[in-house]
Ligand binder design. Structure first.
Ligand SMILES: O=C(O)[C@H](O)[C@@H](O)[C@H](O)[C@H](O)COP(=O)(O)O
Length: 248
């Protein structure tokens, strides 16, 4: 696990964008494509805007980069809550990404059918071979959820690498989410977390002083063979820095 705490959020975002660029170059040169899973929520907005501007806009091999979503809200495609709409406005439209490079969740079906279909779409993209995304970007909720793996929900018990629908009581809505086993097959996973409201969740997930994934679902994120990165600002990292420094 590589954990970095940044004083300036812009420096953190730029560092993460550089990592994504480097990872995309390696993936494309060795496997011909970069399969990139985007996070939802508000945290990644500035990262997407940076990737869609110089120096990244004209220095990345966008036609060989394929975009997926780690989770999606079960709302219509043009709903302002959609993770795909935020990515469209801040990234895809600005880079003229082809629709054939973007894999969105089709929520015109029932929640369970939408999840099944998305899983089929992913497996088809990987020619029905084991799914190994190159890079998965994740956020973290202040209750330590990630993607739509929310505390005390049945999706946390899923042992298969797949996509599931889940009704989230606290949000009174369905979500479609990749399971932890699917996320953990990725070559690289990066959490992007900032703000003091996340500090407690970060400490529970990073330090795991009390391993209780039902309560702190992001504790389930542990790449099988890949690398795990944490990009934190000084506020989100405030409860772990002293302990990490003591660990040396
Ligand atoms: O669909 C979503 O909302 C996300 O996938 C979710 O897991 C998000 O990353 C966290 O809730 C953090 O959200 P913020 O970045 O808005 O704090």
């Amino acid at each position: 696990m590589e954990l970095q705490v940044f004083i300036e959020i812009d420096e953190m975002i730029n560092s993460l964008a550089q990592l994504i660029k480097k990872s995309s170059q390696e993936a494309i040169s060795t496997r011909g494509q970069f399969n990139f899973v985007l996070s939802g929520g508000s945290s990644p907005k500035r990262l997407y805007e940076l990737l869609a501007s110089e120096p990244f806009k004209n220095s990345m091999d966008w036609p060989n980069i394929y975009f997926f979503f780690g989770d999606e809200r079960y709302v219509p495609e043009n709903d302002s809550q959609r993770n795909s709409l935020m990515a469209k406005e801040t990234l895809f439209d600005r880079l003229n990404i082809s629709d054939s490079n973007i894999f969105m969740v089709d929520t015109t079906y029932s929640p369970s059918k939408a999840a099944q279909n998305y899983n089929k779409t992913i497996n088809l993209h990987f020619n029905n071979k084991p799914v190994h995304f190159d890079f998965i970007l994740l956020g973290l909720g202040d209750n330590a959820h990630t993607a739509s793996l929310f505390p005390f929900t049945s999706v946390l018990d899923e042992t298969k690498p797949t996509v599931k629908s889940i009704f989230v009581d606290e949000l009174d809505m369905y979500r479609i989410t990749m399971t932890a086993p699917m996320i953990n097959r990725a070559r690289q996973i990066a959490f992007l977390v900032f703000g003091k409201d996340k500090a407690d969740a970060v400490s529970h997930v990073v330090l795991k002083t009390k391993y209780w994934p039902q309560h702190y679902p992001a504790q389930l994120i542990s790449p099988r063979k890949g690398e795990l990165f944490w990009f934190l600002d000084i506020e989100a990292g405030s409860l772990i820095r002293p302990k990490m420094e003591n660990k040396g």
